[in-house]
Design a protein around this ligand. Sequence first.
Ligand code: ATP
Length: 461
Amino acid sequence: MILHIGLDDTDSPRMGCTTYVAALIIEELSRMEIQFIDYPNLIRLNPNIPWKTRGNGALCIRILCREDDYEDIKERVIEIVEENSDLEYKGADPGIVFLVGDIPEEVKVFAREAIQGIVGMRETIKIIKRYRAEAVGYKTRRGIIGGLAAIGENLSGDHTFELITYRKRENWGAPRRIDVSSIFEMNKKMGNLTFNNIDPETGRVLITPRGSDPVLYGVRGESPEAVRNAYKLICSYEPIDRWVIFRTNHGTDAHLEKTYLIRDVKPFYPVIVEGRVEGVPKTVPGGHVIFQVRDETGVIDCAVYEQGGSLRKVASMLTEGDLIKVYGGVRPPSKKNPLTINVEKIEVISLADKAILQNPLCPICGKRMKSMGRCKGFECYKCGFHGPHLTKTAIKVERGIKPGIYVAPPRSERHLTKPLSRYGLEKNWIRGKTFTIIPPEEIWGFESISMRRGNLSLTVD
Ligand code: ATP
């Protein structure tokens, strides 16, 4: 039978990572000789929900197993989750969901809502009961929301891959030791088969997290081969405990699909809003650029924060009347600020004409004329010509931006934001008539002592 195992919310800012728990489960399932019918799925849910730990990621492992093994599998998964969750931490509320058979349409819709909005516990439990799934939740049990959502998002549309390497336990918390130059080389060699390795504006390495979680680095790319090849090119000076390839919705814009009228925009939702720029964008202390957009239902503030890099420049060049689409997450109003779209991307549809008014040129000698006072026309200082009826002339100004898509630089992108390098590379997951069995050795592996030595040792942290 087909079994989907969804899990979420095992970690805390001080410890762990749900992808690591998934890696341990995958290893255990491989020992039990079940078959994997997909790469493990790493599904990023709504990046704006306030109670996420980091990137709001949930996991699903999809397998083919004998009915007789179901209870054993369940037991082992529960044990691994319990042993590796930060249960003492207040905000960690692990959840595991087991669903047998095909994924019901309603579960797929639930997943879309969890990626593009906010879903509730009551709704989650109703669906779990309706489809006779089983769920195990700890503390507030909130993790079962993400667990069910990860099951429902089977990534049949655009998707990418991420190979994550994990550190030996004794190295958790210590600075990560990777040859940075090998990351730059890998980035160059792989072209756009991998993405978001390095921030092009600052040169910052983006594949390594900061902090004490077990991840050494994660490389994102278009195919399992691409991320595996990238992995072979990266030199690590600390041993890699294990690696896993996940199929994900990273870099697909899965959260940004719904266009909203401004009056319907709600806090914490990812939204697309189409309208005209109102007034002049302003740069506020801290370097953030704030501008306003209006549609037929209202007006809303849009903010490009300091880390928005070049997108800030684009925002500051907008002018009254420009027709644009703004993509981003909605920040609730505070004492100081109104409801605001935290901009991830701007699509300039059409630019308004921008003009400056200049004194006219003298019709006799061609020199720029001087005003003779309000409504009194102009005179030429060079040849003395008086033009009492002459008026200022409007000169069209070059705008410096063009219609097109402008995206925040990778260092400030959400996991889900589609980077510019991925435009045109969108794909579908082609399955066989029934399903494809993925051999475990293509999904995960150990790399016991793989300290690939070189001359240059650099610390990434
Ligand atoms: P990490 O990325 O490090 O795994 P995280 O950022 O995924 O951590 P979690 O600790 O998993 O954060 O917390 C997110 C919690 O919010 C989970 O319990 C999940 O079930 C729940 N959740 C996620 N998306 C939604 C949503 N759209 N609506 C309601 N609850 C959600």
